[in-house]
Design a protein around this ligand. Structure first.
Ligand code: ASC
Length: 154
């Protein structure tokens, strides 16, 4: 083989392997948006779950830790609002039902309610009393559940 044929063959091999790798590793726009949404809900749900264990008496109440998690939950509750652009409706495995985009006004109402209840929880948690925090936590949990029941796949 001539020098230039070798060069052409090697160039082709490198190009092909880069193309295959690129295909395997670069997520589509929908995949990126869906994984961003899921990451936000992971942060929200993990912090809420730790608080839930305290409310259920499975973990001790540490007022400062609880209040910090309540702030995170309220913050993430605002943030998840940007997790539902129409381009994220499909394109990767997701439990978000298509009704979110078909019945957007109803979805937004439930999202608003969750935001109000998680903000109220973060305010209540600053009081430092578990008795005060309990009803605020249960109201926030109910708001999460109301939206999941209607718009999240089981
Ligand atoms: C959680 C969690 C939810 C909510 C919901 C409240 O800890 O992961 O999705 O609470 O179950 O009812």
């Amino acid at each position: 083989m001539s020098n230039s044929s070798w060069l052409a063959a090697v160039t082709l091999m490198i190009g092909t392997s880069l193309a295959l790798e690129g295909h395997a590793q670069t997520p589509s726009r929908a995949e990126q948006l869906i994984s961003y949404r899921q990451a936000m809900y992971t942060v929200l749900g993990t912090n809420f779950g730790v608080m839930g264990a305290v409310i259920q008496g499975k973990a001790p109440y540490d007022a400062q830790d609880f209040a910090q998690r309540a702030d995170r939950v309220a913050y993430m509750g605002q943030m998840v609002e940007e997790g539902f652009p129409v381009e994220s409706r499909s394109g990767a495995p997701t439990k978000a039902k298509p009704e979110i985009w078909d019945e957007k006004a109803d979805f937004d109402k439930l999202l608003d309610d969750m935001q109000a209840k998680t903000r109220a929880l973060s305010v209540a948690a600053k009081g430092g009393s578990l008795d005060q925090v309990k009803p605020a936590f249960l109201a926030a949990a109910q708001a999460c559940k109301a939206c999941h029941d209607r718009f999240k796949e089981k």
